[in-house]
Design a binder for this molecule. Structure first.
Ligand SMILES: Cc1ncc(COP(=O)(O)O)c(C=O)c1O
Length: 369
């Protein structure tokens, strides 16, 4: 027996997360410059200039450990979101928070429920804890949210072993969303001892009537955990900073399993400044809506269909041509995201870029050969 054999079975069976291809990697492989990445739902405008200034200031003090309690960031978040400081858990990206939640509720006897095609990390953190994943079949292609979460199917999987439910609103990689009434009916129906994560990584991008802000439900549902991130609209994906908002009691649990310095000093400083820059967020929202329209128009003109999306990406159906189109785009320096690992090989996910980047995408798509 090797040392690998003595590792936990659930860890040996894990599939590592497959990220978007880094720009430098493609440029190195092809010997090209100026590649663009529309593969990881990053903000094409970068980050707030205020955040950039603050992070530069923080770089001057990297010899010091960060504030393990993230005092200033939590103060600012609490003020901005209308919650108490003791309801906030900081994470090294919201993925870290998802992991903290899983580790707080799941073990080899527990079950977690999530939807088919839901964000991949729910499967990873569930499996890493040795818990059983109960995957609810997604809504069908005849639904107005094809491949979206089927809340009734999720409820049907609840049993005495269920400890945790993950919901992404909107979901990545499909872009689907759930509206206020249906989500609230789900929360009403879910037994109170089962924790439920509503992952709002793309919340700030959503521009829809009747879209819920899950923070408003925290007082009513003590089992609710809302996760958000600075990686998307705030443009700080490379710094790794996200957070959860929950009851103080749940927050206290997450803080027990949290690594002491999981929010680095540069990220804490930049995130705090990013929260003050409403103009940057509004500009990012505008550019995203325009970009979504530009993408939809371009794909309409070329006869490709796509899933409804409330986020900063569009999931486009290329059917059996997906892999060839992905490779063709790469050859022309445009990185998008294949979704075969989600069981959605017929689609490619394309993050909203600047207008010039989207034009470049379509030029690459139209290029012969
Ligand atoms: C739905 C969803 N949740 C969470 C995350 C995690 O983001 P981060 O760890 O960068 O905060 C992502 C990132 O793509 C996402 O799409």
């Amino acid at each position: 027996m090797s040392v690998i054999d003595s590792a936990l079975v659930q860890i040996r069976q894990l599939h590592p997360y497959s990220p978007g291809k880094p720009v430098e990697e493609l440029e190195r492989e092809l010997g090209i410059a100026n590649a663009i990445k529309l593969a990881s739902n990053e903000n094409p405008l970068g980050c707030s200039p205020r955040a950039r200034e603050e992070l530069a200031r923080a770089v001057a003090h990297v010899e010091l450990y960060p504030d393990a309690n993230a005092y200033y960031l939590k103060q600012r978040l609490a003020q901005k979101l209308g919650v108490a400081v003791d309801q906030i858990t900081i994470g090294n990206g919201s993925n870290d928070v998802l992991d903290l939640v899983a580790r707080s509720f799941l073990d080899g006897n527990a079950e977690a429920i999530y939807s088919q095609y839901a964000f991949m990390v729910y499967a990873m953190v569930t499996q890493a804890c040795g818990a059983r994943a109960r995957v609810a079949p997604a809504l069908g292609t005849d639904s107005n949210q094809p491949f979206g979460h089927d809340l009734q199917a999720m409820l049907a999987l609840v049993n005495e072993k269920t400890r945790l439910v993950f919901i992404a609103n909107p979901n990545n990689p499909t872009g689907n969303w759930l509206l206020q009434d249906e989500l609230q009916a789900f929360l009403d129906a879910l037994p109170e001892h089962i924790a439920v994560v509503i992952d709002e990584a793309y919340f700030e991008y959503v521009d829809l009537a009747q879209f819920p802000n899950a923070l408003h439900w925290l007082a009513r549902y003590p089992n609710l955990i809302v996760t958000r991130t600075f990686s998307k609209i705030y443009g700080l994906a490379g710094l790794r900073i996200g957070y959860a908002i929950s009851s103080p009691q749940l927050c206290d649990l997450f803080n027990r399993v949290r690594q002491p310095f999981n929010g680095n000093a540069i990220a804490l400083a930049a995130a705090r400044a990013a929260l003050d820059d409403d103009a940057f967020v509004e500009q990012s929202q505008r550019v995203n809506q325009q970009g979504l329209q530009q993408l939809r128009r371009g794909f309409d003109e070329r006869g490709f269909s796509y899933l409804p999306s409330a986020g900063n990406f569009l999931t486009v159906q290329f059917n059996e041509r997906s892999a060839a189109i992905y490779q063709g785009l790469l050859q022309r320096g445009v990185i998008v995201r294949p979704l075969a690992n989600y069981g959605l090989a017929q689609f490619l996910r394309i993050s909203v870029g600047t207008s010039a980047q989207i034009e470049r995408l379509f030029n690459a798509l139209d290029a012969p050969g």
